[in-house]
Design a protein around this ligand. Structure first.
Ligand SMILES: C=CC1=C(C)c2cc3[nH]c(cc4nc(cc5[nH]c(cc1n2)c(C)c5CCC(=O)O)C(CCC(=O)O)=C4C)c(C)c3C=C
Ligand SMILES: [Fe+2]
Ligand SMILES: [Fe+2]
Length: 343
């Protein structure tokens, strides 16, 4: 019997340093997130970052927390529940980090008789720190505890026409009551090194963008290329003016160079260039979360206005919108009927 496993990133159990610490420990000790030798990762994460970050992150989480819990979890649950109404297959939700584990989600499917799983990492773009780590973890858990199950993984859907349509229409809707001077597509950042590591050709990706328009197998795993592709496709779908759209990368950790331009610098640059009315969209995330609700909707607004900007709007992620649920339902049902996956 076939079933669907949705996996998102996960959140701490509560917005307190006590609960944020073990969550961050699991997250940052992931070798695909902080990709240095284990001994160094231990020193960096447990000896340095976890000494101060849980308290700081807990404060940020407290600003966006809902009565029902973490927005990312609640929105993912609502999406899952709606998807269940559109398919005959069992659908389970797991998180890569935290207490809503992938193992439990696989168990839930197994108990319902599922032995053929469609894994859907809830990320439009491929990065070793998001999509890849989900796939590796699911296969690890499946091989350990559920050897009788088969797992098929849905490819990153960053350029899929149905996804682009749903995303573009949601942006159009968000812009209905907002006259903009500029639209910023802000994607979660990753260290530049991760782009080189994920390049199977070992020479294609140059980080500076000179590579991204030359066809290459490297693009199947190039986060930067995929993010810019999403921007271009939405721009084309909505007919947005070339000079009013740009992309940037947010949420960097100190240390290595991360993908540029940095979103916080862009807020300042755009305001100083005289863009008074800025709309920001965050297509690396399908559900609103700490990085969109706090860093972009709250901090970003402040940064833009401090630099001279006047009107600012963050357009929500796709979340549990009917159009997005319908797109996912079509994809999973098509897989159920004919094994076909979206491209
Ligand atoms: C969109 C995909 C994501 C990628 C790629 C990604 C890479 C990445 N993230 C960190 C460090 C942190 N990210 C944090 C929060 C966070 N990250 C994503 C998604 C991606 N991260 C989401 C959806 C969230 C929000 C989770 C929520 O509960 O709402 C955090 C935790 C918060 C904080 O302390 O800032 C950290 C840390 C790294 C290092 C990285 C790539 C190497
Ligand atoms: Fe992150
Ligand atoms: Fe590239």
């Amino acid at each position: 019997m076939k079933g669907v496993l949705l996996v998102n990133l996960g959140s701490p159990d509560s917005p307190t340093a006590k609960d944020v610490k073990p969550y961050l420990d699991e997250f940052l000790m992931d070798e695909r997130v902080i990709d240095v030798p284990k001994i160094l990762r231990n020193i960096l994460v447990r000896g340095i970052i976890l000494q101060t970050r849980p308290k700081k992150s807990a404060k940020a989480y407290a600003k966006i927390w809902w009565d029902e819990g973490s927005p990312l979890i609640v929105l993912s649950e609502r999406f899952t529940e709606k998807l269940r109404q559109h398919t005959k297959m069992p659908v389970a939700l797991g998180m890569r980090y935290g207490t809503m584990t992938i193992k439990n989600a696989l168990q839930e499917l197994r108990q319902k008789g599922v032995d053929e799983v469609l894994l859907v990492p809830l990320y439009p773009h491929y990065a070793m720190s998001s999509y890849e780590t989900v796939v590796v973890k699911v296969l690890e858990e499946q091989q350990k505890a559920f050897p009788e199950m088969n797992v098929t993984t849905m490819p990153a859907f960053y350029k899929n026409p149905d996804y682009i349509k749903a995303l573009s229409e949601s942006i159009k809707d968000g812009l209905k009551d907002f006259e903009y001077d500029h639209i910023l597509f802000s994607y979660h950042g990753i260290p530049e090194r991760h782009i080189r590591k994920s390049d199977p050709t070992r020479f294609h990706c140059k980080i500076d963008g000179s590579c991204c328009k030359i066809n290459s197998v490297a693009h199947n795993t190039c986060y930067r290329h995929q993010c810019y592709d999403t921007t271009e496709l939405v721009k084309a779908y909505l007919g947005l003016p070339e000079d009013k759209v740009s992309s940037s990368f947010q949420s960097r950790l100190a240390g290595d160079p991360w993908l540029k331009p940095y979103t916080d610098y862009e807020f300042e640059r755009l305001a100083k260039e005289g863009k008074k009315r800025l709309a920001v969209i965050t297509p690396a995330f399908v559900s609103d979360c700490l990085e969109t609700l706090e860093e972009i909707a709250m901090e970003g607004k402040e940064q833009f206005e401090e630099a001279g900007g006047e009107h600012y709007k963050h357009i929500s992620c796709l979340n549990d919108s009917d159009a997005w649920v319908q797109v996912m339902a079509n994809w999973v049902n098509q897989w159920e009927e004919s094994q076909v996956l979206p491209v």
